[in-house]
Ligand binder design. Structure first.
Ligand code: NAD
Length: 418
């Protein structure tokens, strides 16, 4: 029998992806766990290849205890995996995911977390994962209580939350972030990832009313700063602690919808707050950074118009150049070539930001993308862009099309990962 989310027949099902308008609404338990394991294996191979040492192996610079906010998918999961498996850090992770039961499927991040905790335990690494609203003060308190129980302090805090809503912990008002353009109309092609259909001239909505302020409230840096107020007050931040939040700039063609749109305003707020947090951290000789990362197919980016076509085009160009990276490659480079360099210096741009979008934005790479983008049509899309690659990344996020998984096998327990 073939079912989407769950079987109607005594919990026996072959699980297939159920995709509606670029959103995959179910997840494959074994596939998610295997994808997490594949990422761990890749990171371990990098560790061996580059000779990266953990603190226990004598690397004084290696992070020992990391907090990862938004740990379950995308850049946050890659960060937790790199901190733990390449640098040997014990980790506390926070994410907001739907639990699975024996008969009901959970969200991909729930399975990823379960797999991470299992493999961390096998490797002798401590890990605690909270399935809580990271924007709430209750969550901050739970993390503080846990780290105090561990009897250590955080020397790395990754802020990788991506959410459409945030409830202000003081007022209990819920704010909603939107992806809209500001001031000028903007049209561009959108891509239906699964069937490869190009939807030309999709109009992006214009921001109105409180759209900008609300998006800044959700995706800006207010919550990141509040985390540091709490963590510092509780004295759980170690000497020399580093914190990093993730941002995106992207090419000119996406600026109207991204960098100069509502989400871009939130990212500029995040960048400004990094400076505030950096000064808060001075008393422990710590530092706060924003890292500008590459655009990738993750749960958040796959619903943004224009971005899908652009990423498909970028992936094809970068794969031909040998400069293509996914989440794990980006984050591994962030750790080894930016945060934990041999001389201890963190390379930043003139505005103090870490740039691991450098390969994406190389002028020669963008020139190739610019040449292809205007000539993409429905008839030639499969040759012009890396449709297969985009589709595989999209499916992998939900545990489908993952290398090494037998998808013909029936799943009998939706909460089991092996
Ligand atoms: P993602 O959707 O894969 O992950 C988001 C994480 O946030 C998940 O772990 C989710 O559980 C968690 N989360 C959401 N709401 C929460 C809540 N209320 N409480 C606790 N956890 C919550 O996202 P991603 O694409 O990896 O993005 C992470 C960051 O990287 C974002 O700041 C994003 O803007 C940035 N970024 C993304 C891209 C991209 O192309 N995807 C590029 C550059 C930067």
């Amino acid at each position: 029998m073939i079912f989407g989310l769950q079987s109607q027949e005594k919990n026996m099902a072959v699980i297939k992806p159920m995709v509606r308008s670029n959103i995959c609404i179910n997840a494959h338990p074994i596939g998610c766990a295997k994808d997490t394991q594949n990422q761990i294996d890749w990171v371990l191979a990098q560790k061996a290849k580059k000779g990266i040492k953990t603190a226990k192996e004598g690397n004084e610079k290696a992070p020992k205890t990391a907090l990862v906010l938004g740990c379950s998918t995308g850049y946050g999961l890659a960060s937790r995996i790199t901190a733990a498996f390449e640098y040997g850090a014990d980790t506390i992770g926070v994410s907001f995911e739907k639990d699975a039961t024996e008969t009901k499927g959970g969200t991909p991040g729930w399975y990823n977390n379960k797999a991470f905790d299992k493999f961390a335990a096998q490797a002798g690494l401590k890990s605690t994962t909270f399935n809580m609203d990271a924007y709430s003060d209750e969550c901050r308190q739970a993390v503080i209580d846990e780290i105090k129980k561990w009897g250590v302090k955080f020397d790395l805090v990754i802020y990788s939350l991506a959410s459409p809503v945030r409830t202000d912990p003081d007022t209990k008002v819920m704010y909603r972030s939107v992806l809209k353009v500001i001031g000028q109309e903007y049209k561009g092609p959108a891509l239906d990832i699964m069937n490869g259909t190009l939807m030309p001239d999709v109009v992006a909505p214009l921001a109105e009313g409180d759209d900008i302020a609300n998006t800044v409230k959700v995706m800006g840096g207010e919550d990141w700063e509040r985390w540091f107020k709490y963590l510092l007050d509780a004295d759980v931040i170690a000497e020399g602690c580093k914190t990093v939040a993730y941002s995106y700039i992207g090419p000119k063609l996406s600026h109207a919808i991204y960098r100069d749109g509502t989400i871009g305003m939130a990212k500029k707020d995040l960048e400004a707050r990094a400076k505030v947090i950096d000064s808060m951290l001075k008393k422990v000789n710590g530092s706060a950074y924003v890292s500008v990362n590459k655009g990738l197919i993750t749960r958040s980016s796959s619903v943004i118009p224009v971005i899908g076509v652009y990423l498909g085009c970028l992936f094809k160009v970068q794969k031909a150049e040998g400069t293509h990276e996914g989440c794990k490659e980006q984050i591994e480079r962030l750790f080894t070539e930016r945060l934990y360099t041999a001389d201890g210096k963190v390379p930043v741009d003139e505005e103090g930001r870490i740039r691991i979008d450098d390969w994406e934005l190389r002028p020669e790479t963008q020139a190739k993308v610019d040449k292809v983008m205007p000539n993409i049509t429905q008839d030639n899309i499969a040759e012009m862009i890396d449709l297969e690659g985009v589709r595989k990344d999209f499916l992998n996020i939900n545990g489908f099309d993952v290398d090494g998984v037998d998808y013909s096998k029936e799943v009998t327990d939706m909460s089991a990962i092996d």
